[in-house]
Design a protein around this ligand. Structure first.
Ligand SMILES: *Cc1c(COP(=O)(O)O)cnc(C)c1O
Length: 375
């Protein structure tokens, strides 16, 4: 059994992918070819925002967003400690200071009240830092609570960035992930819900001014032409070949989202009967895109036993994420210690993910559930 079955997806769309790639080989515009603009139009349409800026990775999307807001040394950016390193790495990379706020133990997403507390504490205890932004992460494909986050952001005058690397295709109160903050970032890393065959990402925004700035940042701070540079930027373009692959994948993406929902429904039913496991819960008016299907064991020993039992039954599992960011060596210079974010720490000790992808069959899920039951 595959954890994420990219081969099954490829078998379904192989002809379209090959013909898309052949088109790129024929026109030869490998950098910023026509497929990039075509993809951007489709991404914007899909998420319901005006502007999409394709780029080289989800990490570059986050970096370009922070650069567009001129975030740098002396600025503080609030985010969750329970996420992939890239979310907070870009803050540190620009010389700004990550400030963590603990998660909601049910959704695993940043708790808006904890953001308020963190900003309050920061103003009192570290007046040399200016709180500037919040990066909320839609973990495992489930959007964070943007209505509540926006309220805190307004109170403190912060901008909000949506890290939608795992949630492209999800919904929140009738709006699509990628449209839930002024600027949203997504990733096309192969294992994400919409993935290419290499690295890729995009920024989505309704703000035309920020979009123009990010288009410039994406290409070395380009001005009116290639050799006019008006700011410090990066080489953050998406390859035309990757755009062409994403265009092929977008043709089946809506159907794949439905298949993910069906698979998640089957898991939820099966896991509900297992008393010492907690299945993910999706609040009313939210729809996850199920980048991961992550369940909670009773404690770390229980998790180890379950993972071993599944491995014996040839079922792959993974832990996202075993170490919260405030405990990472890379952030050792931040004033944090174990115990500061107890909900993130406890979740990191108990959580693990089971196979999830659009091509998961009901009988494979039966195997997973029965292996969990007997463990
Ligand atoms: C994958 C991911 C990123 C980074 O995306 P890349 O394309 O790998 O650079 C950022 N944030 C989160 C939450 C992610 O899952």
């Amino acid at each position: 059994m595959q954890f994420i079955d990219l081969a099954a997806q490829q078998a379904r769309i192989r002809d379209t992918i090959e013909s898309r790639i052949r088109t790129v080989l024929d026109h030869g515009k490998y950098i910023m070819g026509p497929e990039v603009a075509e993809l951007e139009a489709q991404l914007a349409g899909f998420s319901g925002v005006r502007e999409a800026i394709a780029c080289a990775s989800g990490t570059d999307a986050l970096l370009m967003s922070l650069m567009a807001y001129d975030i740098g040394p002396g600025d503080a950016v609030v985010t969750t400690p329970f996420t992939f390193i890239a979310t907070a790495e870009v803050i540190g990379f620009l010389g700004a200071t990550p400030v963590f706020a603990d998660i909601d133990p049910v959704t695993y997403n940043i708790d808006p009240r904890k953001i308020d507390e963190a900003v309050g504490a920061l103003k009192k205890e570290r007046p040399e830092l200016t709180p500037r932004a919040i990066i909320a992460v839609d973990l495992f494909g489930l959007p964070a609570d943007y209505d509540a986050i926006d309220e805190v952001a307004r109170k403190h005058g912060l901008c909000v960035i949506e890290d939608a690397a795992q949630s492209f295709g999800a919904d929140y109160k009738g709006r699509r992930a990628g449209s839930l903050a002024e600027v949203a970032c997504t990733s096309f890393f192969p294992a994400k819900p919409l993935g290419c065959y290499g690295d890729g990402g995009a920024v989505l925004t309704a703000n035309a001014e920020l979009a123009d700035k990010m288009r410039s940042i994406r290409i070395h701070g380009q001005g009116s032409d290639k050799y006019d540079n008006i700011r410090i930027g990066i080489n953050g373009r998406l390859d035309t070949l990757q755009a062409s692959i994403l265009l092929a994948k977008l043709e089946v993406f809506a159907d794949e989202i439905q298949r993910r929902q069906a698979a998640a429904g089957r898991y939820a039913q099966g896991i509900a009967d297992i008393p010492n496991l907690i299945a993910p819960s999706v609040p009313d008016e939210y729809a996850s895109v199920w980048a991961q299907y992550s369940i909670l064991a009773e404690d770390s020993d229980h998790r180890t036993a379950l993972q071993a039992a599944l491995k014996k039954a040839s079922i792959p599992t993974a832990i996202y994420y075993p170490k919260p960011l405030h405990l990472q060596t890379a952030f050792a210079d931040l004033p944090y210690k174990r115990g500061d974010f107890p909900l993130s720490e406890e979740t990191a000790d108990r959580i693990f993910s089971i196979p999830m992808h659009p091509y998961l069959e009901a009988d494979q899920q039966e195997q997973v559930i029965s292996a969990l039951k007997t463990a």
